[in-house]
Ligand binder design. Structure first.
Ligand code: FUB
Ligand code: ZN
Length: 669
């Protein structure tokens, strides 16, 4: 790849997070989220929607056992809630498959989160629970490696007949991700072996051979997972399978058209777009269709662009990236403007109150961004990671760690969520669990692995992409550098970078200059050669024992949206550093739409407690529109009158932690 710098993320084992903000989040995942989610996967959370995830694995494992023990055992065929269209012998309730077809993936994400926690906080009790869970999962595996409980329980003869909808390859992808992480954390390879065997089974069925299916995943993720499996095992067959999926997508005739999708309608005109299969991936220019699928695909494309040094694949990733961040991303980092198909809408169509902005899609943006950084360290990618990290990611979870948002709107009037079906997908408060629970365990694995987003490295350069307090070790040619980042983010822009080497040695540290920062100061550059490039300050010197002090001026910024974003015309949003702010009813009363900011508002910062979380809130004098004394719905225009009021903004990620109420990010100005 001409002119590019390829750098690698750093293994979690080499990083220790010391950051006030993120250490707390990771510990919340360790102490609350992981145990809570284990209860949820076992259907033991009172008043929450059941998961059936572990139930399905157990049922599938029992079928295996019966087949082994009873030669005349006939595998039953069962139906599944809303999905299965096969002969309807419902079978015994306790032996049926329940839930969504991809329920297995919730275990895989959970075990991945457990793995990241164990890497940072060894814990024998947790490891035992995880090993027992792995045992249940592995018992469900078929002799040829197949491992998807939906078909194992329902009808094995139908497997791989509906790649478009039935998520076998999605479950494979998640299984690989979880298995690799668990192997890296514990050295135990039982789940990794299971994942490899399932991948081998898929590779038997799918590929370019005449006897094989020329298919690819209906929901992407296997691509990036196979890239990871290849990197961990060194086995080229996994790289080849992942690349095959990437290259096959979008070819004509459309593979899914040859499948039997049962009762599920095929006639939707944009069906190719929904799966990003409307064009071969190298020809794609616009981010379309289901947003999570899309960014998982683009992440896989970026992996293979790097692994195979493929410039045309990289160029496609860059075009798709640009389309998202310049035309289809909310200020919060949310993506997916419409709930119809959980999809991207058209350019600049970013409604606030019907937004989809699925938590998983923002997590997918993190994956995509880090992979783009690995191919080319340009600060805009890290800027987006940071936007996701301080807004949608922590906001996706309640401050207590046991409630979650799937959809992340930018404006909420609770009554509308309850009464207007067009907004039924928008919940005004976080939920304990979801029937389709993709987001909560996705958050757990992302937060658990946050350390892998902070730096990337080559032999002689370390990039600091995120200012997250952390410690890492860098092996140089002759000595080892201990690098410590101390950071006040997201509340203040002070950062200290301590570097200590046993013997003075020359290497480069590249520090990201955040996109939101107009002025920064740095102390400690004596005897250094510096260069600013692509949003990074490259500092090369013989490091021995030094401390760099940085100050990124963190001002309150009032932001407009491009005039093509119809919903935000005449409105402004408030940010400070990477944090997006919002108005909430709890501080500003009802009818937030009547509030108006001053063009030249003077903001004051206020330390505030929100459900036990200490944050910086912002206050400024503004206006509340007076209601006219009309007796009819419409009346002759008269000058609008306002009264003075104080507006209080809180960080977006903390909204809906004080009960149900209105919220808005964009306010009239
Ligand atoms: O299809 C699996 C997951 O469920 C998707 O990623 C989410 O968008 C939800 O539809
Ligand atoms: Zn999700």
């Amino acid at each position: 790849m001409s002119g590019n710098i390829l750098s690698n993320p750093i293994d979690l084992k080499r990083i220790r997070i010391t950051d006030a903000f993120w250490k707390k989040e990771i510990e919340l995942v360790r102490d609350t989220v992981v145990p809570y989610q284990w209860e949820a996967l076992n259907d033991r959370v009172p008043d929450a929607q059941p998961s059936y995830c572990m139930h399905n694995f157990k049922v599938a494992g029992n079928i295996n056992r019966k087949e082994e023990q009873e030669t005349d055992y006939v595998r039953p065929v069962y139906t599944v809630n809303g999905f299965c269209v096969w002969p309807d012998d419902p079978g015994k309730p306790e032996e049926r498959f329940y839930g969504f077809v991809f329920q297995d993936s919730d275990f895989a994400k959970w075990i991945e989160a457990v793995a990241y926690i164990l890497q940072q906080y060894p814990d024998q009790k947790l490891e035992k629970v995880a090993d027992e869970a792995i045992d249940i999962v592995c018992k469900a595996q078929q002799p040829d490696g197949y491992l998807d409980t939906f078909y194992i329980i329902n009808d094995m003869s139908k497997r791989f007949t509906n790649l478009r909808d039935h998520h076998e390859l999605y479950c494979l992808g998640h299984l690989i991700e979880g298995a690799v992480a668990y192997y890296e954390a514990t050295g135990k390879d039982r789940l990794l072996q299971a994942a490899c065997r399932y991948a081998d089974c898929v590779a038997e069925y799918m590929g370019s051979g005449t006897h094989q299916l020329h298919g690819y995943p209906g929901h992407e993720i296997a691509e990036m997972a196979l890239a990871r499996l290849y990197e961990v095992t060194g086995q080229e067959k996994y790289r080849d399978l992942g690349l095959y999926f990437i290259n096959e997508r979008g070819k004509r005739p459309y593979y899914f058209d040859g499948e039997d999708h049962g009762a599920i309608d095929q006639s939707v005109a944009l069906r190719y777009h929904y799966h990003q299969a409307h064009l071969p991936v190298r020809e794609q220019t616009e981010a379309v269709g289901h947003a999570v699928r899309a960014v998982y695909l683009y992440s896989g494309m970026a992996d293979f662009a790097r692994l195979t040094q493929d410039d045309s694949l990289k160029a496609a990733c860059e075009r798709l990236w640009e389309d998202i961040v310049q035309r289809k991303m909310y200020i919060t980092g949310g993506i997916g403007g419409t709930h119809i198909g959980e999809s991207f809408s058209f350019a600049y169509d970013l409604p606030n109150d019907t937004a989809y902005a699925e938590t998983c899609a923002s997590i997918g943006m993190m994956f995509f961004a880090r992979r783009m950084l690995e191919m080319n360290p340009v600060s805009q990618y890290a800027d987006v990671m940071e936007r996701e990290l301080y807004n949608i990611v922590p906001g996706g979870m309640g401050l207590e760690g046991t409630s979650f948002f799937y959809v992340n709107p930018l404006e909420v009037v609770p009554e509308a969520c309850h009464k207007d079906e067009r907004k039924a997908h928008v919940k005004p408060v976080r939920q304990k669990w979801f029937g389709c629970a993709c987001c909560p365990p996705n958050l757990a694995r992302l937060i658990g692995s946050i350390g892998t987003y902070v730096f990337t490295e080559t032999k002689d350069t370390v990039w600091v992409h995120l200012y997250i307090g952390s410690h890492m070790e860098k092996q140089l040619r002759i000595s080892t550098a201990q690098i410590d980042v101390e950071s006040g983010f997201p509340w203040d822009g002070h950062v200290k970078l301590h570097v200590a080497c046993d013997t003075a040695e020359t290497f480069t540290i590249a520090l990201r200059i955040p996109g939101w920062c107009r002025t920064y100061r740095i102390k400690g550059l004596e005897n250094a050669v510096t260069e600013e490039k692509n949003g990074y300050l490259y500092i090369t010197k013989a490091w021995k024992s030094e401390c760099l002090e940085l100050e990124f001026l963190m001002e309150v910024q009032v932001l407009d949206a491009d005039a093509r974003v119809r919903e935000d015309i005449g409105k402004a949003a408030v940010m400070r550093g990477p944090v997006v702010y919002c108005l909430e009813e709890a501080d500003n009363g009802k009818e937030l739409h009547l509030l108006k900011m001053d063009e030249d508002a003077v903001f004051e910062m206020e330390q505030k407690e929100i459900a036990g979380e200490s944050v910086i809130a912002l206050r400024a004098e503004g206006w509340r529109q007076k209601k006219a004394q009309n007796t009819t719905l419409y009346y002759p225009h008269r000058r609008t009158e306002y009264e003075r009021t104080t507006l209080t903004w809180i960080p977006y990620y903390t909204w809906a932690n004080r009960g149900e109420g209105e919220m808005q990010v964009w306010t009239r100005i």
